[in-house]
Design a protein. Structure first.
Length: 396
């Protein structure tokens, strides 16, 4: 078994295996449509994977972060974009466990297979209003918005708002209260449908809003609503998101390795005239494969170490300290970087045929390059945070 496989994660394997052929069959349509195919999303729902991270109190599995990471890594081999949508929306479903019971009941009451889209970055602004908040702005990178009836949005206080309260909020709101702007024309991850959303003075009631600080640090008072399961909601949000994101990238890198090995085993050397398998007999190609394997395996182990830390947080029912958070963020960023290095290494040796648009290796390469640009796995930021923690340097 690998670092992500346990009795719990393997318990979801039959559902994953059921979905894989559907995702693979609609991978091209997902890419061409710049949004996950409706058939792929329907399959995720039918198999129960959409509710993987949904709170048990709201009809979900309440699975561990490790189970989500494992599922998304497996699904990414069949369709990176569909895995990405499940990863992002599933992370938001997990975050919903730190919102009020009234909020969760409103969202999941009629649809326990709901996937919550949105964007965590505070790109818009809010003002205090009677009974809640008024939110306006534009948010980029709203993955899966085409397939979600609810959104999780982060916003900062309007500088002109002098009312008392938090300076940053995260709110839940129905998708029909926002405008979706199709801006998603990109190098990679095209099928994720990560379009912009625009809010124009939208009212959000107080029970559907949480202060970002407590929410992100795993100290929301609503985490205790879940009794025995409360520990899983005490994990820091950015550490969890970055780990899940790295898991999806890991799945893409694994698929790139499989594609490269399958192709190279029978690939001839055109200019030398040597036939099938000639490339596989080259020492440089063998080294390329071995090094990429080492990078992917190391990434898997670092992601698995994060999952161990999340399990410990859940068992202790106590938020992680800053040193642990720095370490988890760095593990995620470095693992994503290792996967990118492996994919780049393999693509460089894949030959000219890998440049065509219908080449699965070309898509894999583009998707990994795009996915590793996400701020949650930024290598520079992650390294700085970890370095400061190790050296005892206070953040500026």
């Amino acid at each position: 078994m690998n670092a992500l496989e346990t009795s719990e994660t393997l318990g979801y394997q039959p559902a994953i295996e059921l979905v894989l052929p559907v995702l693979a069959a609609h991978r091209e349509a997902t890419e061409a449509g710049r949004s996950a195919a409706s058939e792929s999303i329907a399959a995720l729902r039918k198999a129960g994977l959409a509710r993987l991270m949904t709170p048990v109190l709201n009809g979900g599995h309440g699975a561990s972060i490790r189970a989500q990471v494992h599922a998304c890594a497996e699904l990414a081999r069949a369709c990176p974009a569909s895995s990405w949508v499940l990863m992002v929306c599933g992370a938001h479903n997990w975050i919903s466990g730190s919102f009020s019971e009234q909020c969760r009941t409103e969202m999941f009451g009629s649809d326990q297979d709901l996937l919550i889209a949105g964007t965590l970055a505070g790109q818009g602004q809010f003002k205090k209003a009677e009974g809640g908040w008024r939110v306006s702005g534009r948010w980029q990178y709203c993955s899966g918005v085409d397939h979600s009836l609810w959104l999780l949005i982060g916003a900062l206080r309007d500088p002109d708002d002098t009312a008392k309260g938090p300076n940053s909020l995260h709110v839940m709101l129905p998708r029909d209260e926002v405008e979706v702007d199709d801006t998603w024309h990109t190098l990679g991850m095209r099928g994720s449908g990560s379009k912009d959303v625009v809010l124009d003075d939208v009212f959000v009631p107080e029970y559907r809003a949480e202060a970002t600080g407590k929410l992100f640090n795993g100290s929301s008072p609503h985490a205790h609503d879940h009794s025995e399961d409360s520990g899983i909601y005490m994990a820091p949000v950015m550490c969890s998101l970055s780990t899940q994101l790295a898991g999806t990238i890991l799945g893409m890198a694994r698929e790139m390795m499989s594609l490269f090995v399958e192709k190279t085993r029978v690939r001839p050397d055109i200019y030398s005239g040597q036939g099938s398998g000639a490339k596989a007999r080259m020492g440089t190609i063998q080294s390329r494969v071995a090094e990429a394997y080492g990078e992917i395996t190391a990434a898997e182990l670092m992601i698995g170490r994060n999952c161990d830390m999340f399990d410990a947080i859940a068992a202790a029912k106590a938020p992680a300290d800053m040193a642990a958070q720095a370490q988890m963020r760095w593990h995620s960023a470095y693992a994503a970087g290792l996967c990118r290095s492996a994919v780049e290494r393999l693509y460089a040796g894949a030959g000219a045929h890998a440049a065509y648009n219908d080449s699965p290796m070309q898509q894999c390469f583009r998707d990994v390059i795009m996915a590793t640009h996400h701020a949650a796995v930024d290598m520079d930021g992650g390294a700085e945070i970890q370095g400061m923690a190790m050296l005892g340097v206070e953040p500026a």
